[in-house]
Design a binder for this molecule. Sequence first.
Ligand SMILES: [Zn+2]
Length: 152
Amino acid sequence: MKKLIIIFTISITLFSCEDAFEYFLDAELESYFQAFEYEAALRHVDITEELAQVSGFIIDIEGAGVVGQCRSYASGDHEVVIDRIRWNNLDAFQKEYLVFHELGHCVLGRSHDNNADESGVCTSIMQSGEQGCILQYAENTRLQLLDELFNY
Ligand SMILES: [Zn+2]
């Protein structure tokens, strides 16, 4: 009987862990999350509620080549997870691209899009990075790529 009680206690604890989602946003990601909300609002897309359910972490991701991830949970919560070492080596445009790409998955529910223009340049920041189109996310392409991101 004693054993049964212990097992019961453990399963209750596991369940309450899953239910109690604790929101966390790394301070380094805050301005990028805010910029995402701002750019969405400029295009009349209201994602405030969805964004409030997305935590953001910068950690050491196990596994080579993974720079960022959008993790989704059955509760409707999401996590953007960015690799610490890769993050530290990115400039501001590359950081924005990376966070916006992951929020494209987590908030907008978008999947990958590897379409390219006639020069082979990616027409979406939702490109997978594996299919050969060339990503050019810079001052002169940013507006068009953000239009595409929010109004696809
Ligand atoms: Zn992706």
